[in-house]
Design a protein around this ligand. Structure first.
Ligand SMILES: NC(=O)c1ccc[n+]([C@@H]2O[C@H](COP(=O)([O-])OP(=O)(O)OC[C@H]3O[C@@H](n4cnc5c(N)ncnc54)[C@H](OP(=O)(O)O)[C@@H]3O)[C@@H](O)[C@H]2O)c1
Length: 271
């Protein structure tokens, strides 16, 4: 494995922080050269320099906004022109809780674009490169939210259901090739500020699936290289996805998120 990865690169989107940063560090720790991708202005250079020094690997970075198709193509062209890619981790993703009627068009569009379109287009554009390597791996980051529609989140679970379904379809299509595609459906992780506040507000329900991003990244990379199709991070995720029927989980999860919004409103009103 070590010989194979020497001149090959792992691309991690959304690598500036949270789970993406944990993926980049985990892969560098395993002696992969890494390419960090994220929005501009997030100190990617600093992280890239630190990873290169700390793990003695090559580390590059690329700043772009995935909410525009042309930017995704631009990134793919740069990667194809300069690197042999053997690992692609489509991790960048955004979400939130809001009444659908109150969401503006940009909010809806950006979630669909970053969570669903970007990974599909990037994977499509990098496939010839991935196929040229002896073995290559694609990991798409979905969410536990993919297993149930959730009111007041609406677009987010739909985007994560898309990426889950997309991955499983592509995996079957690529069977017999040297490209292995996996999807992970994590539960709550205390990554960004928004996620921490949300998990706190969800009380016991938020804590049920709570995991550290570093642990999730390590587990995912292990299972990715074992060619697991669907990576479940905790037994609770598995339970929610398989056992509980939709008629029960849709109203329940919607109730949990509605409580979170109500709480937000009361804080807002007090202000
Ligand atoms: N945290 C959770 O509880 C949780 C649970 C289940 C699934 N997930 C999924 O796990 C993944 C990582 O989540 P996280 O909590 O680690 O998120 P995070 O800390 O908010 O990091 C998200 C990353 O995506 C990047 N990004 C956001 N919008 C982008 C855009 N328009 N163009 C390019 N990059 C963009 C961010 O870049 P900047 O730093 O430049 O903003 C950042 O690097 C996401 O796909 C998320 O849906 C998270």
């Amino acid at each position: 494995m070590e010989e194979q990865v020497k001149n090959q690169f792992a691309v991690v989107t959304g690598a500036s922080k949270g789970l993406g940063k944990a993926f980049a560090i985990e892969l560098a720790h395993r002696q992969f050269n890494v390419i960090l991708v994220s929005l501009p202005g997030q100190d990617l250079k600093q992280l890239s320099d630190w990873i290169a020094k700390e793990y003695q690997v090559q580390c590059f970075y690329y700043e772009t906004d995935f909410s525009l198709d042309d930017n995704i193509r631009g990134l793919a062209n740069w990667l194809n022109d300069n690197f042999d890619i053997s690992v692609l981790i489509n991790n960048a993703g955004i979400g939130g809780s809001i009444r659908f009627e109150e969401a503006d068009v940009d909010y809806i569009n950006t979630i669909i674009q970053v969570n669903a379109k970007a990974p599909a287009i990037l994977t499509h554009q990098l496939l010839p490169n991935l196929k040229r390597q002896r073995q290559s791996y694609v990991l798409n980051v979905s969410s536990i939210a993919a297993f149930s529609p959730i009111g007041y989140k609406t677009v987010y679970p739909a985007s994560k259901a898309f990426i889950h379904s997309f991955t499983r379809s592509l995996r079957v299509e690529l069977k017999g090739t040297n490209v292995f595609v996996s999807v992970v459906n994590p539960g709550a992780m205390a990554t960004n500020n928004q996620a921490c506040v949300r998990i706190k507000k969800q009380g016991i329900f938020g804590k049920l699936t709570l995991q550290k991003p570093e642990r999730v990244a390590r587990l995912c990379v292990n299972k990715l290289f074992k060619r697991k199709a669907v990576i479940m991070v905790t037994p609770v995720t598995w339970f929610l996805s398989v056992i509980i029927p939709l008629w029960l989980k849709v109203p329940f999860l919607t109730w949990v998120v509605k409580r979170e919004l109500k709480h937000e409103k009361s804080i807002y009103n007090r202000g």
